[in-house]
Design a protein around this ligand. Sequence first.
Ligand code: ZN
Length: 218
Amino acid sequence: MFSLHKGKSKCRKGWKEIVSCKIESGKEKLRYLRFSIMTIKSEKMKHPLAQFLYCPRCGAKAFVEANEKAKKCTLCHFVYYFNPSSAVACIISDKDENILVVKRAKDPAKGTLDLPGGFSDMFETAEETVRREVKEETGLELTSLRYLFSVPNIYLYSGFEVHTVDLIYKGEVDSLVGAVAQDDAAEICIIPQKELDPEAFGLTSIRQVIRRICTLDE
Ligand SMILES: [Zn+2]
């Protein structure tokens, strides 16, 4: 049996639409597959460039909304489109399906669990970002790397809502022994995948990732 559910709930960012589906297996066991996220309705959101009051080319205050994701200068005609930044997160496992998670050293969501990851640098591939961030935060070198799926996210930094597309990867290492928390990671925790608790993860997109991998691997 298969049923699709659509819902709407209010969140800090406005309205979000939630789509989920239930699959009932033989013995009345319900399996939940939560579909990728939620569309935040644009009419309830403030413009992503609302904080950008002046034209970055000529400095005029004539920097006005061109459409829902762009602003333009009515004096020098400069147009700036606001696009999401690419970011990565990596599920690192060893041969026994233990997962490495880190405790966040900094806000947002300081002190909560997270996956190693971060923003891509300019001219860097997403795969290079994963290997660099994993090395910076844990000291580990990945032996293999595989892309899984992506999740849109809003990351509040310095009072600014940074929209991202989080690219989720699965990375493998021979052993998680020897991982050392560094950089943005305050602490390293090794947790069997079956014991992962999505609610312990502070960032919305990462919580969704953990829910999804736990469900898919049942
Ligand atoms: Zn201008």
